[in-house]
Design a protein around this ligand. Structure first.
Ligand SMILES: [Zn+2]
Length: 181
């Protein structure tokens, strides 16, 4: 029997799981990315904690942040604890709520997951690689669809010109309307 009513369900790896949430996700979720920018591996800019201009940096790969003005630093749990002014446990619970259900990640990308875990990367790094992979796929798709549309346009122009030439050869007295008339 619990000694008091405040006892909650014990989550054994709460803090470990909370730290799997990357800074890009945390800062995005808190609506803070507008005041920050990505510079190499880091997200930098105005400190969300003290408002110091250009004093904040967070590294999603290493899972750490630092502000040289208010001197607050460390991991995502600490950041959320400071930012939301809550207890570390509450911060960790909020972070865990941002994680996709563990099942989904495994089902989604079993091959990638195995390949990467064979490299000995942490869950955070695996997730970051998945984000990059997804972004790359979207980028390639966008590039392909835009250049494909241009090629189709050029082919249509070319086809129109060839047809016009053939008709002109066969029926020399044909009068062609200029495009757009
Ligand atoms: Zn600061």
């Amino acid at each position: 029997m619990a000694e008091n009513g405040s006892q909650k369900v014990f989550v054994p790896d709460l803090f470990v799981r909370a730290k799997e949430v990357t800074f890009d996700v945390v800062l995005g979720e808190l609506g803070l990315l507008d005041q920050l920018k990505i510079v190499g591996d880091e997200i930098r800019g105005k400190c969300p904690l003290c408002g110091g201009e250009r004093s904040f940096s967070a590294n999603p790969v290493k899972g750490v942040f630092n502000c040289f003005r208010c001197h607050k630093k460390k991991d995502v749990v600490d950041f959320v604890t400071f930012y939301r002014k809550v207890e570390p446990k509450q911060a960790a619970e909020w972070l865990v709520s941002l994680l996709p259900p563990a099942q989904d990640v495994v089902d989604d990308q079993p091959e990638l997951e195995n390949e990467i875990s064979a490299l000995g990367l942490s869950g955070r790094e695996v997730r970051l690689l998945q984000v990059i992979k997804r972004a790359n796929a979207r980028c390639v798709a966008a590039m392909f669809s835009s250049s494909f549309a241009r090629v189709v346009e050029q082919l249509e122009d070319m086809a129109r010109q060839i047809v016009t030439e053939e008709i002109a050869k066969e029926f020399p007295d044909t009068v062609f309307l200029e495009a757009g008339e």
